[in-house]
Design a protein around this ligand. Structure first.
Ligand code: CTP
Length: 416
């Protein structure tokens, strides 16, 4: 056997709290193990009422216990935490968040949380009232201030008839957060903690009549990669998505829009702090239509036999990026994207100056370049004259570079 065959994958402790969403965590565990992670499942005693130890043992390939009193000679309450590359807790119940925030250690999972020195991610799931209770809010803030990543729950149908924030995000999206956290060993895993970032994604559609629109080929993949990586670096993320058919990234608040005018309203609201703090950074990854039809036909435009179609007159859309830079608050970092087909660098430099943003991500697009593909290559130009080449690679890799450059430009956090 070669050393690469024997080298173990990243070690993950998967903490499971006593919530019905524990069943979804079986899917998360499978994703971890199928991609080579060595996972120790550490449930709470009550979590085993929802999914039993045999399931966790079969899926992880390791024995499972909730207690510090099993396998005592191997000191599991210290060993699991010390040897982990990541501790991921899902579902994190209100009780578990409270125990973690206050340093209680009355079972194997809470002991592990105190001994872990690796990144720790909590994925809470509970009823809306519990999530919104001031006690839970305070516990989440405490954990975040200590460097834990706490993924905001998704909104939607909860157990029973109620709906609201409190759902555990889908396992694929939770796995993405874990993957991004593990992909940055040695780096500050939460350098966007305490920051609010707004990301736009997708392509706007400018309606002509009830069934037709002028659109573009943007898939939203780059904007979604930016949102996912920002969540994994601890940011509060608002993602304004125009016509994107992708699953919501775990932890991001997604605002869906159609046209450029809707996008303008949603972005300005989010940046101005309509749902909390003003944005520390804005990344306009969306392909916003520069023009829209001057008029909207309230009913479907019909062919008129023997007659040529009426031309569609276009008018200019508001330039959201230019508006953001004109009204930026001190310390806010604003990033634009430029999709160019020719003279990529020269056009990029001119656009950076014209739009007044701090960073401009310039990529070359064409029939088979960038749009809808999982990879991208770009040059990131800074208003300070910096030029950062990002070789062709996953859109996530470009997203990480963008956040590195943003973090370097953010105003220092106010002292706590
Ligand atoms: N953008 C915007 N509002 C618009 C058009 C574009 O906020 N109405 C943003 C895009 O999200 C992107 C950046 O501006 O971040 C560059 O978009 P692009 O369409 O390439 O720039 P234009 O100024 O339209 O330049 P040109 O038409 O010369 O390519």
């Amino acid at each position: 056997m070669t050393s690469s065959q024997t080298r173990p994958g990243p070690r993950v402790v998967l903490g499971v709290g006593a919530g019905i969403a524990a069943y979804k965590v079986c899917g998360l565990l499978r994703r971890f193990t199928e991609s080579g992670h060595d996972v120790r499942v550490v449930p709470t005693e009550d979590a085993l009422r929802f999914v039993g130890a045999p399931t966790w043992e079969a899926l992880s390939g390791h024995p499972v216990s909730a207690r510090v009193w099993d396998d005592v000679p191997r000191v599991p309450h210290v060993r699991h935490g010390q040897s982990a590359d990541l501790v991921f807790v899902a579902p994190a119940t209100a009780d578990l968040l409270a125990k973690a925030a206050h340093g209680l250690a009355d079972d194997l999972l809470t002991n592990t949380l105190l001994t872990a020195r690796c990144p720790v991610v909590f994925a809470p799931a509970m009823h809306t009232e519990m999530w919104e209770h001031p006690a839970t809010r305070a516990n989440v803030e405490t954990l975040r201030s200590r460097g834990a990543i706490v993924i905001d729950p998704a909104s939607g149908r909860l157990t029973g008839a109620d709906t609201g924030p409190g759902r555990l995000p889908d396992p694929e999206e939770l796995f993405e957060v874990a993957r991004h956290v593990l992909a940055r060993p040695g780096k500050d895993p939460h350098d966007l903690a305490g920051r609010h970032v707004v990301v736009s994604a997708g392509g706007t559609r400018e309606p002509i009549d009830p069934v037709r629109f002028i659109g573009n080929r943007s898939s939203g993949l780059q904007g979604y990669a930016l949102a996912r990586t920002a969540v994994a670096r601890g940011a509060r993320v608002t993602l304004v998505a125009a016509n994107v058919a992708l699953p919501d990234p775990a932890g991001a608040r997604v605002v869906r829009v159609g046209s450029a005018e809707e996008m303008r309203e949603a972005v300005l609201d989010a940046v101005g702090g309509a749902d909390g703090a003003e944005a520390d950074a804005v990344v306009m990854a969306a392909a916003v239509a520069d023009f829209r039809p001057a008029g909207y036909a309230g009913s479907k435009i019909k062919k008129v036999p023997g007659a040529e179609p009426e031309p569609i007159r276009l008018v200019k859309n508001p330039d959201i990026l230019a508006e953001l830079t004109a009204r930026r608050t001190p310390g806010q970092v604003i990033v634009g994207f430029a999709a160019e087909t020719d003279d990529v660098l020269a056009n990029g430099r001119a656009k950076l100056a014209r739009k007044g943003c701090d960073l401009l991500v310039v990529n070359q697009v064409g029939e088979d370049l960038a749009f809808g593909r999982p990879d991208n290559a770009a040059v990131v130009l800074g208003a300070d004259g910096s030029v950062t080449d990002v070789p062709r690679g996953a859109k996530e890799a470009l997203a990480e570079v963008v956040w590195d450059l943003v973090v370097a430009r953010l105003a220092p956090r106010p002292a706590a």
